[in-house]
Design a protein. Structure first.
Length: 109
């Protein structure tokens, strides 16, 4: 022993002496039959009719009209009779035009 360090002689018993016979314990896997790949039926896309020719111009017109309504209200709202009577409801009118244009844009094809 060198410098007071003890070494242990540890040996493992062999698998044969433990009674383990791995080859006999593990069953052989069964082979699988490979079935031919058959893809699932694909649903046909439904063809939606295109929007009428007037749809996009009306949609853009509503966007612009709503924007212009709000801008004119902020610039000259106190001098125009209709806008003066509506007060802050002019903002609601402008955003209603914009919302209608947005609603049309969701249906545009």
């Amino acid at each position: 022993m060198a410098l007071g360090v003890a070494t242990l002689d540890v040996s493992r018993p062999s698998t044969a002496s433990r009674g383990c016979n791995q080859e006999a314990q593990v069953p052989e896997s069964k082979s699988r039959k490979n079935n031919a790949y058959t893809p699932q039926a694909v649903a046909q896309d439904v063809i939606h009719p295109a929007s009428p020719n007037w749809w996009a111009p009306i949609m853009v017109t509503l966007f612009i009209l709503g924007l212009l309504w709000i801008v004119v209200y902020y610039i000259a709202g106190s001098t125009l009779p209709i806008m003066k009577d509506l007060g802050w409801w002019n903002v609601v009118v402008g955003f209603s035009f914009i919302a209608a244009g947005f609603g049309m844009s969701t249906r545009w094809r």
